[in-house]
Design a protein around this ligand. Structure first.
Ligand code: 3PG
Ligand code: MG
Length: 391
């Protein structure tokens, strides 16, 4: 893949606009995980070292276009950035028609998704953004699957469009895990719905040796392999697809272990009474909320054998301590393994943070949907345009 890299350009005196992904989780105006902000810091520092004029843009959540809506404001991110950079990051609410900026300054622009035309990748809006900079740097891998004005359109019209070091690093790590993986290769895919991950699961069957599934996806496969799962989260309408997935796995000699024991409860709450039982003993008023100790052991064994591990999505409701043991054991097993390991996705990162193993994996991707689409082999529009601009 040939794309222009920010590190090959002279940024001095230039207006450098960096597309970040500051779509961070927030509760009542307080940032609950700053992993994505931390990941952006080295690129910003690199631009500052060269005395550039640094303009940062990002979206936050999915607000209605054309309306200011405070819960979606990036103002708290400007504050956190100032702390992390040790210099003031000026916050600009109205920025589209021009930004005053000096060398060595950093400006964060308000949520790109407040602008009409952002989602539609509108040319007029894209041109306005492009006019604000000399160099556009795409550094938000997590948004690279979106063809929007601030990820794609602006890159069409900017004088120069390139990839930042964070994006380059993400692409390198993912290529390493996917293009020529050390084997055996294991994928762990969890999450509530099989429907949103069906295509990536199918694609992964061609690539991996072992596949561990978790959450609602696992429930649907447990059901498809003939077990009664009570009132567990499951997509009944996809049982046919789930069955063909298992059949295909068999044909490809890909191991998809089905849990042998599970943790169930009658309700999902802090007062829930968890019970460990064999997978074929789930009652009609119970739901599966985590994997049991024998299944944990089985999964630990697979993790130990693997030389490449891709992880997206927890295997239980780890936010609730009653149902966290499965995800915790997996996080630790991956942390202890010498495999090339890469994890991505909001829930997965939250689990890694909770179990304090963030720095024990080979690579942490900031991507969620983009991470999965990349693995699926889909062309990401924000990368494609950088390739086109480089030619
Ligand atoms: C994400 O959190 O996955 C990215 O920031 C993209 O957000 P979006 O799904 O709202 O486009
Ligand atoms: Mg998302």
């Amino acid at each position: 893949m040939h794309i222009l890299s920010m590190s090959d350009l002279n940024l001095t005196d230039k207006r450098v606009m960096i597309r970040e992904d500051f779509n961070v989780p927030m509760e009542n105006g307080v940032i609950t995980s700053d992993a994505r902000i931390m990941a952006a810091i080295p690129t910003i520092k690199l631009a500052l070292e060269q005395d550039a004029k640094v303009i940062l843009i990002s979206h936050m959540g999915r607000p209605k276009e054309g309306e200011y809506d405070e819960p979606y404001s990036l103002a708290p991110v400007a504050k956190r950035l100032s702390e992390l950079l040790g210099q003031e990051v000026r916050f600009e609410k109205d920025w589209l028609n021009g930004i005053e900026i000096n060398n060595g300054e950093v400006v964060l622009c308000e949520n790109t998704r407040f602008n009409v035309g952002e989602k539609a990748n509108d040319d007029g809006l894209s041109r306005k953004m492009a006019a604000l900079c000399d160099i556009f740097v795409m550094d938000a891998f997590a948004t690279a699957h979106r063809a929007q004005a601030s990820t794609h359109g602006v890159a069409c019209f900017a004088q120069t469009a390139c990839a930042g070091p964070l994006l380059m690093g993400e692409l390198d790590a993912l290529e390493r895990a996917i293009a020529n993986p050390a084997r055996p290769m294991l994928a762990i895919i969890g999450g509530s719905k099989i429907s949103t991950k069906l295509t990536v699961l199918e694609k992964l069957l061609d690539m991996v040796d072992f596949m561990i599934v978790g959450g609602g996806i696992a429930n649907t496969l447990i059901r498809a392999s003939g077990h009664f799962i009570g009132k567990s989260l499951c997509e009944e309408n996809l049982l046919g697809e789930a069955k063909s997935l298992l059949k295909k796995a068999n044909k490809h000699k890909t191991t998809i272990p089905i849990p042998v024991d599970v943790v169930v409860a009658k309700e999902l709450s802090v007062d829930a009474i968890p019970e460990i039982k064999p997978v074929d003993k789930v009652m009609h008023d119970e739901m599966i909320l985590d994997i049991g100790p024998q299944t944990i052991q089985m999964y630990q064994e697979l993790i130990k054998q693997s030389k490449t591990i891709i992880w997206n999505g927890p295997v239980g409701v780890f936010e609730n301590d009653h149902f966290a043991k499965g995800t915790e054991a997996i996080a630790h097993a991956i942390a202890d393994s010498s495999a090339f390991s890469i994890a991505g996705g909001g829930d997965t990162l939250a689990a890694l943070e909770k179990f304090d193993v963030m720095d024990k994996l080979s690579y942490i991707s900031t991507g969620d949907g983009a991470f999965l689409e990349f693995i699926e082999g889909k062309k990401l529009p924000a990368i494609e345009i950088l390739e086109r601009r480089a030619n």
